[in-house]
Ligand binder design. Structure first.
Ligand code: CP
Length: 312
């Protein structure tokens, strides 16, 4: 593939190839082995039109670890503030001949549209409610490392499913790998027609968490609620926040995940988030760098092959 726009476009064998390479990068990084030759001839531009801590930092670190020239566009100080459109901004950057463009944008489909206008490889770092493919891939690698496999697991995705691109990408990835997916949350935060996607839907945490292997919590995404119903945080934590009582319904060795940023005391009790025997939240961040290294490495290989065949 030329771009990484969503999990929707990936076949199971492509997911496994990417995770295998990311696993090697994760092991090598822990052992202090470097790979600065992989993207040594490449320029990477990061364009984040929405706030980010984990995704932006890990894409930057991943590019630098592989030897790329990395530029972070400060979108707050760019000409977007003077009214320049997304496409004009992309065409301007494209004229500088980047090889890899990493884009986060608040509108669903914006990254896909942009990818049709440029000559380089585009990686979706999150577009609106649509997809966050590298998040689902890092979650998959974290699960595979913790559980020893990525199939026939029972995974609960809990909370604000309706506004979550993380949930959407994870539902697709975990479904493609033949896992059992349970969505738990208030009916007001559950997308209409979601049960058509081969998932089970619950609005009671204790019922939904019964015997699951993985508990994936999501943030209440108030910035995407467009003036609609916003639950009170106290009531939300009482019914849907992960605490010890609710977690006790899952398997005794169930892992706890959260993509971050996390609201302690809203969707998750801080004690559980920090419990190193259950929580793999810091491992998710660590795997994020490895997955982004693998994604950029594989896209760069395809880009070099395309360019070589265009010259031949
Ligand atoms: N998980 C995630 O996308 O975090 P950031 O918004 O901090 O990048």
């Amino acid at each position: 593939a030329r771009h990484l726009l969503g999990i929707e476009h990936l076949a199971p064998d492509e997911i496994v190839t990417l995770l295998d390479l990311a696993d090697t990068y994760a092991t090598d990084t822990r052992a202090g082995r470097t790979h600065r030759d992989v993207l040594a001839d490449m320029t990477q531009i990061n364009m984040f039109f929405e706030n980010s801590t984990r995704t932006q930092a890990s894409f930057e670190l991943a590019g630098k670890k592989l030897g790329a020239d990395v530029m972070n566009m400060g979108m707050q100080s760019s000409s977007v503030k003077k009214g320049e459109t997304l496409i004009d901004t992309a065409l301007t950057l494209n004229a500088m001949h980047p090889d890899l463009l990493v884009v986060r944008h608040p509108s669903s489909g914006a990254v896909d549209l942009l990818s049709q206008k440029v000559n380089c490889a585009v990686l979706n770092a999150g577009d609106g409610r649509h997809e966050h493919p590298t998040q689902a891939l890092l979650d998959a690698l974290t699960i595979r490392r913790a559980k020893g496999r990525l199939h026939r697991l029972s995974v609960a995705i809990c909370g604000d499913i309706a506004h979550s691109r993380v949930a959407r990408s994870n539902i697709m990835l975990l479904g493609k790998m033949e896992n059992r997916i349970r969505l738990i949350g208030p009916p007001t935060l559950m997308p209409a027609g979601i049960s058509d996607f081969g998932v089970e839907v619950f609005d009671d945490m204790e019922e939904g968490l019964a015997d699951v292997d993985v508990v994936m919590m999501l943030r209440l995404q108030k910035e995407r609620m467009d003036g609609g119903f916003i639950p009170s945080e106290r009531e939300y934590f009482h019914r849907y926040g992960l605490d010890a009582t609710k977690l006790a319904c899952a398997k005794p060795d169930a892992i706890v995940m959260h993509p971050g940023p996390m609201n302690r005391g809203v969707e998750i009790d801080g004690t559980i988030a920090d419990d190193i025997n259950r929580s793999v939240i810091q491992t998710q961040v660590e795997m994020g760098v490895a997955v982004r290294m693998a994604a950029m490495d594989l896209l760069a290989r395809n880009l070099r092959a395309d360019r070589a065949s265009a010259v031949a």
